[in-house]
Design a protein around this ligand. Structure first.
Ligand SMILES: [Zn+2]
Length: 293
């Protein structure tokens, strides 16, 4: 079972948002047309490393990384990667990796059972959801038992918000609905589950303002800065990150699609204040994940 073994003093950053896209047998998390589309969107044809290679990549940079896949078996009609396997592989690299689980909320009771098993038997430290790719509305009552279970476990849940590269440029965006990733759909979840720590990921673009406003209203909401180069951060988001939300904004990339090297290079050109960066890069995540001393 995974037990974190991260030396906070030895690392410079915790990347809150790293996707595992292939398993050790070469099976991809997404169906083939979506893999091609996302590569075009991010202009990358780079490697899609499995867990061991991701660990090595972050170890070389003195960084830790939260790793997960997205189980969208219902919506994509595609066998997901195994979160159990990811957690077990991460356990072998516990000096740098922190496994999050993924369950498909549309599988109902099975999702609850899998989530409980991932927490109790594999030691996952949180969950990742992608409402657009999984095709569900997080504000809907039928998912409340899942939020309750995660809240009781005391681990955070990351939700993708806003635009996504997955399905971009394919007919009808592969039928995926961006409205499901409107951060306002998380507001009722944050209201009904005040002890559930909710991380809104990639809140850049048209929805950034509303995501940030949610952050000032509900103190169980966080923002991770993944999925976009920092040079595209809207001014409003930077203002919040420099002030009222500086303790609840988190470094995240979307590796392997966006690398930490590029993120760190581009963040230097933003108006993020140097004194808030240590919190964003490491301390806030350490607190959220329960690692802080
Ligand atoms: Zn993501």
């Amino acid at each position: 079972m995974y037990q974190p073994a991260i030396d906070l003093d030895a690392i410079t950053a915790i990347d809150m948002h790293v996707h595992i896209e292939v398993d050790d047998h070469g099976h991809a998390s997404l169906p083939e047309p979506l893999v091609a589309a996302v590569s075009t969107y991010f202009r990358t044809d780079g490697p899609r490393p499995a867990v061991g290679a991701v660990a090595q990549y972050y170890r070389e940079r003195d960084m830790a990384a939260v790793v997960f896949t997205v189980d969208a078996r219902t919506q994509l009609k595609h066998r997901p990667l195994s979160s159990t396997d990811i957690a077990r592989a991460a356990a072998e690299h516990a000096d740098v990796l922190i496994p999050f689980g993924s369950v498909d909320p549309r599988t109902g009771e099975a999702a609850l059972e899998l989530a409980a098993r991932l927490i109790e038997q594999e030691g996952v430290r949180g969950f990742k959801f992608h409402p657009t790719v999984q095709g569900f509305d997080p504000s809907h009552d039928e998912y409340a038992p899942l939020w309750g279970l995660i809240e009781r476990a005391g681990v955070p849940a990351i939700f993708h918000t806003g635009q996504t590269g997955i399905g971009a440029g394919t007919p009808g965006g592969y039928g995926l609905r961006l409205g499901l990733s409107n951060p306002m759909l998380l507001d009722p979840v944050a209201a009904d589950f005040p002890d559930l720590q909710i991380v809104m990921a990639s809140p850049v673009g048209a929805l950034a303002g509303r995501g940030a406003v949610g952050g000032t209203h509900k103190h169980n909401t966080w923002i991770d800065l993944s999925g976009w180069s920092p040079k595209y951060f809207p001014a409003e988001l930077v203002r919040y990150a420099n002030s009222v939300l500086k303790r609840r904004v988190l470094f995240g990339t979307d590796y392997p699609l966006l690398t930490p090297d590029r993120w760190l290079r581009d963040v230097a050109a933003t108006d993020l204040k140097p004194d808030v960066l240590p919190g964003i890069l490491k301390d806030n995540a350490a607190r959220l994940l329960g690692f802080a001393r």
